[in-house]
Design a protein around this ligand. Structure first.
Ligand code: ZN
Length: 196
């Protein structure tokens, strides 16, 4: 098998991260190649220096504006490095009360914010063969899928972040010590990373 090429994970601010993605044809060679590139890119990212486990990747994060995302198959055993594909995913139902929890993103350098996500969702998508798939996702998997679908709609964690008034918080990892440093909303806004 020939070596699959990888791409760089783009970091905000980058215009592709703020655009709505296009409907993808799972049967096209372009989308098959894109999925192979995304998988190879995730493995390379996880193997990189000072990197962590990734739970998902959306195509726009490698500057490919398609409605394609990968989600980790097993959130209990991170030695398993399988990712399933969601092509043209839609969340058809949200259930329960949103839970506000810490979130970060490979495309948002260092920043951790508090984001509300629903604990249970119904998902409709296509798989890699182009078959329609429907399933219910709960807990952490539901949170990851909401994050990835946001990417396909051009939304980042800052667009969903709770403000200080709403009980939210902003934190950043100190690259030297790995410790989380609290940031005020004003400090975050000064960096110009909020869309709106
Ligand atoms: Zn992300």
């Amino acid at each position: 098998m020939s070596q699959v090429k990888t791409k760089k994970v783009i970091i905000d601010p980058h215009p592709t991260l703020h655009k709505e993605c296009k409907v993808a044809d799972p049967k096209s060679q372009e989308i098959k190649d894109l999925l192979a590139t995304m998988r190879a890119t995730l493995k390379e990212w996880e193997d990189g220096e000072d990197r962590y486990v990734s739970v998902g990747l959306a195509a726009p994060q490698i500057d490919e504006p398609w409605r394609v995302a990968l989600v980790r198959s097993d959130f209990h055993n991170y030695d398993k490095r399988d990712f399933y594909a969601l092509i043209n995913p839609e969340i058809t139902k949200y259930e329960g009360s949103p839970i506000q929890d810490d979130e970060s993103c490979m495309s948002v350098h260092g920043l951790h914010v508090k984001v509300p996500r629903y604990p249970k969702i119904k998902v409709k998508a296509q798989d890699e063969e182009g078959n329609e798939i429907k399933f219910t996702a709960r807990g952490y998997e539901a949170k990851v899928i909401q994050h990835e679908v946001d990417h396909l709609n051009g939304l980042l964690i800052m667009d969903r972040a709770l403000t200080e008034n709403q009980g939210g918080y902003f934190r950043e990892m100190d690259p030297k010590t790995g410790k989380m440093i609290p940031l005020t909303q004003a400090e975050v806004e000064k960096r110009g990373i909020f869309n709106k």
